[in-house]
Design a binder for this molecule. Structure first.
Ligand code: HEM
Length: 353
């Protein structure tokens, strides 16, 4: 072997070692990043949940949407979505579901009627390859399109730790710096809360893909639209902190509460990865079926208290889009779940909230 070859072999061995060390360092950095070790400006699931739970966490409870009630019933599928998705739930027929209505916020005793956002979550076919977990909110869109910007939004909306008041100037400045929040703010300005969980519309906000038996995929958003036969709504007790829960419990004594699960099909010009932009109302919609709610339980009794409604748990025949907000949700929900489950076990309770 010539000296030239020897030095070139030695050189390439050094390069290989550098590359190996470099990739090991990159792997370690990524691992530490996702473990939330770097708490600088990086938004991690841990930092999200730290911020959402506030200075005095309510132990054992969800760190967001802490106050809620559990419901159960069946999904009566029309079969109309079966040609778009192979998911079992979209075949014609009934599937039982477990659900939860909640209000946004970290306080499990907050007054129902003060909450700016109401929510509906459900799960079907749990613990099978056909499991589908859903968590929907009343706004049809997000104010911002990235986890970083959403983190800043939560920071701007957080009350001052001393005065416990929000700073209107900070909030104004945030929305001014985020013109993409236009559609959200328009919705907010026109939104009139209804007198029942049963009469709100709940939106997936993020988009998903449906996959059919021919390997075709279709981007969709979906919403739960209330059945309009609630002409005789049980009256709401405006003075009660639990007004919405009590109203729904009474309503269910009279009749099941129903929602149609409406899917909107994206056009190729719609951006399925940006949850701030509404799709035109002319897009094709399909009624996948009706969610029929027949029963309810307090959240500390119902099985759904221990449920994590992670929207990334999808049945075969559905998949997640690359929407970065959607992708960030799974880790944050898991972080909140881990905290509340650990606290509940340490507390010796048999269920968690
Ligand atoms: C990056 C954005 C988001 C973050 C960090 C986040 C965070 C969280 C966390 C930590 C929980 C508590 C989970 C648990 O303990 O089980 C939660 C619950 C929930 N979130 Fe989000 N969320 C985000 C976006 C959204 C969006 C876009 C929607 C609506 C489409 C939504 C709807 C809900 C609902 C309905 C619940 C309560 C589910 C239940 O009843 O258990 N979230 N969220």
């Amino acid at each position: 072997m010539t000296n030239d070859k020897r030095s070139s072999n030695a050189g390439s061995s050094v390069v290989r070692k550098c590359l190996l060390l470099g990739s090991m360092a990159a792997f370690a950095t990524a691992t530490l990043y996702f473990a939330g070790v770097f708490n600088g400006d990086t938004v991690t699931a841990q930092r999200f949940v730290d911020l959402q739970q506030g200075d005095e966490p309510h132990l054992g409870f969800r760190r967001a949407h802490a106050k809620g009630m559990c419901v159960s019933g069946r999904f009566e599928s029309t079969g109309a979505l079966a040609s778009y998705s192979t998911a079992a739930i979209f075949n014609e027929g009934d599937t039982e579901f477990l659900g939860r209505f909640s209000i946004a916020g970290n306080n499990p005793t907050a007054p129902d009627l003060k909450a700016p956002v109401r929510s509906f979550a459900f799960v079907v076919n749990s613990a099978t390859t056909q499991e589908w977990r859903v968590a929907m909110n009343t706004p049809p869109v997000m104010a911002v399109a990235t986890p970083d910007a959403f983190f800043q939004q939560l920071q701007a909306l957080s009350p001052d730790p001393i005065t416990k008041q929000r700073d209107p100037e900070k909030i104004k400045a945030f929305f001014k710096a985020h013109p993409e929040s236009k559609a959200f703010n328009e919705w907010k300005a026109g939104y009139v809360p209804t007198n029942s969980f049963a009469t709100e519309r709940y939106h997936s906000i993020n988009a998903f893909y449906l996959h059919n038996a021919h390997g075709e995929k279709q981007a969709v958003r979906f919403e739960a639209v209330p059945d309009d036969d609630y002409k005789e709504l049980v009256e709401l007790d405006q003075t009660s902190a639990d007004a919405l829960q009590q109203q729904l419990a009474e309503q269910l004594k009279n009749q099941p509460v129903k929602f149609d699960l409406m899917f909107t099909l994206a056009h190729s010009s719609d951006d399925e990865n940006n949850p701030t932009i509404p799709w035109p109302t002319t897009r094709k919609t399909i009624n996948a079926g009706t969610l029929v709610i027949t029963d309810w339980r307090p959240q500390d009794e119902g099985k759904c208290g221990a449920q994590n409604f992670d929207p990334l748990v999808l049945p075969a025949g559905m998949s997640a889009t690359a929407d970065p907000i959607l992708r960030a949700r799974g880790a944050a929900y898991a972080q909140s779940y881990r905290r509340r489950a650990t606290e509940t076990l340490l507390d010796g309770q048999s269920t968690n909230q």
